[in-house]
Design a protein around this ligand. Structure first.
Ligand code: FES
Length: 397
């Protein structure tokens, strides 16, 4: 049960709520917020969180299936920690993803209060998969606030079973383990993907237009727009994962918004290990373009909604160094971070979902979420999907 495991900072809130329920015979309790739970992978905010972040990451078999996972995961995490700590040192000592997620969430919740007064107040919660605030922390905070209605809102615009799927599996697992949130205490629904939402597309396009202005006007139209997304092991793609086509959908919609003003390609970054991953790799593409004489590149991270290690270190430091050596003018479009267009898009996605849900136009889970990968063998996926479809209730025994 959750109560004995409560951390002190939330325990007093739950007690206070209980005491304040009735005063002078009148209910005095404030209306609990409609929770919008922002799901993402997270990142270590400080260097001393790097090891636990890596340990959580390598223990996640939805993301990295390993033989003897419980044995190998701690070994790999320990071995990689010093190198990854160095990378975080180079970007200022930690990941900014929590700061950006909170900024985006607060802006979104404020807009939602205006857009959907009937479900106000709205409050953004953060549930990271590998760093604090982890799902346990998020659920404690929600329980302390008396939440009864929650939307699990993925911050990965394009769905993958290894990212959004993993976060949803974790949400169900932790809620069940902690004894709160898994069996009717909260009415759940999920927003599982939004790869071509017009606001997302406009936010990307605005940042690209701004970046293109930094190139010489006479060659600006020939700058290659290179979209870069985090890659996936090809075995996940071949299982029937929808990430690859959904990233392509984002890219095509953004280019449509730009009236196909420039040549473009979609490439994939962050491959690790010896196995085959979705390609072509971003670094190899920059090299290949340079060989063909394309020396002006506008780089666009298209699957991240804020800066973190993959943009600030991998693209801005490592790839930029490679490009400089090749004589390529590689300029990265800014991440969405505190883009007002993007924050409005987040609010619009949730606002529409809440209205459609209340009107009965959509269920707790989308039809697309309910279709398992044809080659999926994970019982976790089946249980989680069924739980969400039932609005956060366990299946009858
Ligand atoms: Fe895709 Fe299980 S791996 S549904």
């Amino acid at each position: 049960m959750l109560r004995p495991a409560l951390r002190p900072r939330y325990a007093h809130k739950i007690l206070a709520r209980g005491l304040a329920t009735v005063r002078d015979g009148q209910p005095t309790e404030k209306k609990p917020p409609t929770a919008v739970v922002m799901l993402n992978m997270g990142g270590p905010s400080t260097l001393d969180q790097v090891h636990s972040f890596l340990s959580n990451l390598f223990h996640d078999s939805d993301l990295i299936p390993l033989p003897m996972q419980k044995v190998l995961a701690p070994l790999i995490a320990k071995r990689r920690t010093p190198k990854i700590e160095e990378q975080y040192k180079e970007i200022g000592g930690g990941s900014p993803i929590l700061r950006w997620t909170r900024t985006q969430g607060e802006g979104m919740a404020a807009l939602l209060d205006e857009l959907n007064p009937e479900s106000a107040p709205h409050k953004a919660y953060v549930a990271f998969r590998y760093a604090e605030p982890l799902t346990e922390t998020c659920l404690e905070e929600m329980r302390a606030d008396g939440v009864q209605r929650a939307v699990a809102f993925t911050q990965y615009p394009q769905y993958s079973c290894s990212t959004t799927g993993s976060s949803l599996n974790e949400l169900y697992r932790v809620a069940k383990k902690e004894g709160w949130g898994a069996n009717g205490e909260v009415k759940w629904s999920a927003i599982d993907r939004w790869p071509a939402h017009p606001g997302l597309v406009k936010a990307f396009a605005a940042n690209i237009r701004k970046t293109l202005e930094s190139f010489a006007p006479e060659t600006r139209d020939e700058v290659v727009i290179l979209f870069s997304a985090h890659s996936l092991p090809i075995e996940i793609v071949n299982r029937g994962d929808t990430y690859t086509p959904e990233v392509a959908a984002t890219v095509y919609a953004v280019m449509q918004e730009l009236n196909f003003s420039n040549p473009y390609r979609l490439t994939w970054q962050s491959k690790v290990g010896p196995k085959a991953w979705q390609g072509p790799q971003t670094a190899a593409m920059v090299e290949g373009l340079a060989k063909r004489g394309h020396k002006d590149i506008c780089l666009v991270p298209v699957a991240f909604t804020s800066d973190h290690i993959e943009t600030l270190f991998e693209l801005d430091i490592e790839l930029k160094e490679d490009a400089d050596k090749l004589g390529v003018n590689l300029t990265r479009a800014g991440s969405l971070n505190d883009s007002p267009i993007f924050v409005r898009a987040l609010a619009d996605i949730v606002s529409t979902h809440l209205r459609d849900f209340d009107a009965g136009n959509v269920g707790s889970a989308s039809k697309q979420l309910m279709l398992r990968c044809p080659e999926c063998t994970s019982p976790r996926c089946a249980r989680t999907k069924s739980w969400i479809q039932k609005g956060g209730r366990e299946a009858e025994a």
